[in-house]
Each structure stands twice: as C-alpha cells, then as structure tokens.
Design a protein around this ligand. Structure first.
Ligand code: PHE
Length: 501
C-alpha cells in the first residue's frame, strides 16, 4: 500500500507539478499513511512538503436539534402569541422543559424579541430572523463560518466544536523522479566488489532519532553532587584525602582530636563500637603526648585534668565524622618539613541515631582542612565565602559554637530565601593547639577546618523530602536512573543546606 501510494504521488507530481492538498487528493487514505509516504519520499529528496493545518467546525448534538427545529429563542418566540397577553412563563416551562425555556427566553430578551410582564412573556416584534439557525446551516455545509466571532459565540454556547485537520502541500524535491529504488542502508563488501555502490541510493541517517537509553551505569545523586563538590575543591587547590578507613580507633576518631574520654558523643548511644576485632593493635607514636595533653595539658592549656585510658583509645568504632581523616593527614604533614596544605574529603560516616525523615545512621560528610602559618579565623571566614560562592551561595553568617577540637568554632549559616530563614549549612573552626602540637606541628602553623553533610544539598537539589528515599533499602532504582546531572548554579544559592548532625 505505502509503495503504491508513493508511486502514485510521484506520478501526480510528474503530471501536475504539485499536489496542493494531499488529504483531499486521497480521500480514503489515513493522513498518517500519507505522512509516512511523504517522509520516506522526502528523505530521498524526491519531494518536499509543507503541513497544512485547518480548523474544521462541526455541529454538536444540541446544535443539530436547533438546526432541525429552529434555535431555542426562535422556538420560544413562535410559542408567544401576538398581543398584550402573551404567554405565561410556567406554560413555556411546561412546553419546552425548564432548561430549554430559560435558554430560549434569555436569548429572546437579549435580542429584544420578547419581554417579561409580570408572570408572562409578550412579543416586542412581529417577526424575527433566526440567525443562529442560519449560522449553524453555514457551518454544517462549509465546516466554517466567515465571521470568527460567530464561531466563538456558538462554541461558547456549546453548539459547535472545532477539530484540526491536517493535510500536506507537496512539491517536487531536488532529486525528483517517478521511479522508486530500494535504498541501501549500508555500504557492503558485495557492493564494493560489484561496483553497485556507484549507482546505489543510500538511506539517509536520521540524526534526530532519540537513542535508546542505556539500562545501566547510573550514578547515584549523592555521587553526582559529590563530584560537583570535588570539582569546587580542586578549583581552589585542595588535595583529596584517602577516606578508606571506615573503622577507626577511638584514638583517631576522638582522642587525637582532644575529645575527652568522658565526652557524651563517645557513648554507645551515639557511636557504633566494633566488637570483633576487639581493639586496635597499635597506636601512633605520639599517643603518649596525647595522653599528657588530656591529663595535664600543655601548650598553654590545662588539659581535661582526668585520667586518660589507653584501652579506651584502642577501642574500634565506625568513624562518626571525617575529622579523623584530617587528623591522620595533619599528623603525616607534621612528620615532614613545613609546607602549607589544603585537604578535603567526601565520604561516609556512621552515627547511632534514630532514623527519621532527615537523619540516617549512615551519611556522607564533606570535610576540609587548611594548614598555613598565616591561617586565622578571618582567613577561614574569607575562604568559606569564596568556597560557597562557587556553589552560588553568597549570603553567609557565622555563629560562635563549641567543638572539642576547635577554638574558636563557628556554625555557618546561609540565608534561605524560600523559607525566609537562616539555615545552618556547616560547622567550622580553628583546630586547637592541644590537637595539633602533640602531632608535632610547629606552634606557628595554624589549621582551620570545616565540615558539612552531603545529603542535605543533594536532597534540596533533587527535591527529595525524605532521606530514606535517597539512601538505604527504600531507594527506588528508578529514582537513581531518572535523576538528572547535577550542576551547582546560582539557583543553588537559594537552596542552602544544613550541616552534618
Ligand atoms: N567534625 C565536625 C562534625 O562532625 C565538623 C567539623 C570539622 C567542625 C572540622 C570543625 C572542624 O560536624
């Protein structure tokens, strides 16, 4: 069929030069079939075509009724006898039904054909012209009406409806011929051998065809946001820290950070302890300096002034934050000659938390540390401004807070336009000498640190309201497949995020 149609179209074009209305030329043929034939011929440049869309109006059931018996207003007019008496409204209702009587009277009043006197309706004119019916006749006969406002009004009254009818105006294409050659889809070895390639017609590639989306290889939204953050860190000269020690000794997770052994965050209800193996087999050489600074201070500090137990430090925990990652790196830095350093990491941490819509026992932290002789709280504030600006977050505020390992410490807030609130987006501070000096860092080397969660910005970015839909066993694979690429843009500035914790 479609081959026949194509050949016939070409013949008609050959004879007449153009087919102005292809749908009219092939009355029994579906427009889809005509379009299919045209597309195929167009791809061979045999024809060129233009789509013609016309509005065709048809009369609805209520319109048909008025076409047959006169418009409701004309019917009502006919029912009103001439003279001053007229007819009672109740009578009209009884004769035509309430709806029809009221519609017909309404239009009759409007046309000034009839008027109401008391409970009756009387004529105002002797004769009328039923324009509604005449218009409906025109539309039924021609599919349209010369006056646009008539079409609009009758459509508004529910008497007619429009449908789009497509057709095509077809002309000869640059490679017009009446012959249909089978087009080759590939250049084959046989064609090269036989020389058939010289005369063969090749099917054009359709570069607009949508590809099949691959079934695998989708990055989780958290990983997409992580990648954007990583790029921001790299842009400002940071080095990525190794984060593969998910199990840490309490020493690195807490003690090296000057977290007192009696600190509440070390309790079972906040930290996951590892039972097997029971303890870390070795501690770094400076553990005795850590013990000393905890027990009796040093470097201008009086310490925690309570006994420090090495067994406690050797307990194994699932790291509760990524600051031990920074601590290990700073310790390593202290072992070599002085050089400034900028470190970051983004990886998983664990807390023994009750899981709810915004908290998981397992989440990701973004961590940064800057070691420099000139580092100060002022330069940290300055740096954070630059860092967050790269993510489109410009409006920052800082609030003093307490961390065992930083002094001073600042919570980072950002203005959240949508909620009209200052949102906490991170935590930061200057690492204490009680942490840095036992590692062997010189007195004049200052280290600033900061941390935030990865989940918060990801949820905001991807419009996910429940963290369990983002991470864990309730995650829908389709969500991961469907999540678009992450770009941190200016809009992100309005969508600020909350810190870890
Ligand atoms: N470790 C802190 C937290 O878990 C974040 C932080 C990192 C604060 C570095 C100060 C310095 O929230």
């Amino acid at each position: 069929m479609s081959e026949e149609l194509k050949l016939d179209l070409l013949k008609r074009l050959d004879a007449c030069g153009a087919v102005e209305d292809a749908a009219a030329a092939y009355p029994g043929v579906a427009v889809e079939a005509i379009l299919g034939a045209l597309k195929s011929l167009e791809s061979q440049e045999k024809v060129a075509y233009e789509t013609l869309a016309t509005e065709v109006w048809s009369v609805e059931a209520e319109g048909e009724d008025q076409l047959a018996h006169g418009s409701y207003e004309a019917q009502i007019f006919a029912a009103v006898p001439p003279g001053d008496e007229g007819i009672s409204i109740d009578e009209l209702k009884a004769r035509f039904g309430a709806a029809k009587a009221s519609l017909g009277q309404g239009r009759g009043f409007k046309n000034k054909w009839i008027k109401k006197t008391g409970a009756n309706v009387v004529r105002l004119v002797d004769a009328i012209v039923d324009e509604t019916r005449a218009d409906l006749e025109t539309i039924k006969a021609t599919g349209t009406h010369p006056a646009k406002d008539v079409l609009k009004a009758l459509k508004g009254r529910g008497l007619i409806k429009a449908a789009k009818v497509l057709s095509y105006a077809v002309r000869k294409g640059p490679r017009f011929s009446t012959e249909l050659k089978k087009q080759a889809t590939d250049l084959t070895a046989a064609m090269l051998h036989s020389g058939a390639w010289k005369t063969a017609e090749f099917k054009k590639f359709n570069f607009d065809a949508l590809g099949i989306s691959p079934a695998g290889g989708h990055l989780h939204p958290l990983m997409k946001v992580r990648e954007e953050f990583r790029q921001v860190f790299f842009e400002v000269g940071f080095v990525e820290m190794p984060t593969n020690s998910f199990v840490e000794s309490a020493f690195w997770n807490f003690d090296a950070l000057f977290v007192p052994q009696k600190h509440p965050s070390r309790k079972l209800q906040d930290t996951f302890y590892v039972r097997d193996p029971p303890a870390a087999t070795s501690l770094p050489a400076f553990w005795q300096d850590v013990k000393r600074v905890h027990e009796s201070g040093g470097y201008g500090s009086i310490g925690h002034r309570c006994e420090w137990d090495v067994d406690e430090a050797q307990c194994l925990v699932l790291r509760t934050h990524t600051t031990p990652v920074s601590a290990r790196m700073l310790y390593q830095l202290a072992q070599g000659p002085y050089r400034p350093a900028k470190y970051f990491s983004i990886d998983r941490v664990y807390r023994n938390e009750a899981v709810d819509n915004t908290h998981l026992a397992e989440f990701h932290q973004v961590e940064g540390a800057i070691a420099d002789k000139n580092m100060s709280l002022g330069s940290l504030i300055d740096f954070l401004g630059v860092f967050f600006e790269k993510m489109g977050i410009t409006n920052l505020r800082f609030k003093p807070t307490f961390n065992p390992y930083t002094e001073p410490s600042m919570e980072i807030f950002s203005w959240h336009e949508e909620s009209g609130k200052w949102l906490e987006i991170g935590n930061s501070g200057m690492f204490r000498p009680e942490m840095l000096r036992p590692m062997g860092l010189p007195e004049d080397v200052k280290v600033a640190g900061f941390g935030l969660s990865l989940e918060r910005p990801t949820m905001i970015k991807y419009g996910i309201d429940n963290i369990r839909k983002l991470f864990g066993h309730s995650v829908a694979v389709s969500m991961i497949e469907a999540s678009p690429a992450c770009r941190l843009d200016k809009k992100m500035g309005q969508e600020v995020f909350q810190a870890a914790d």
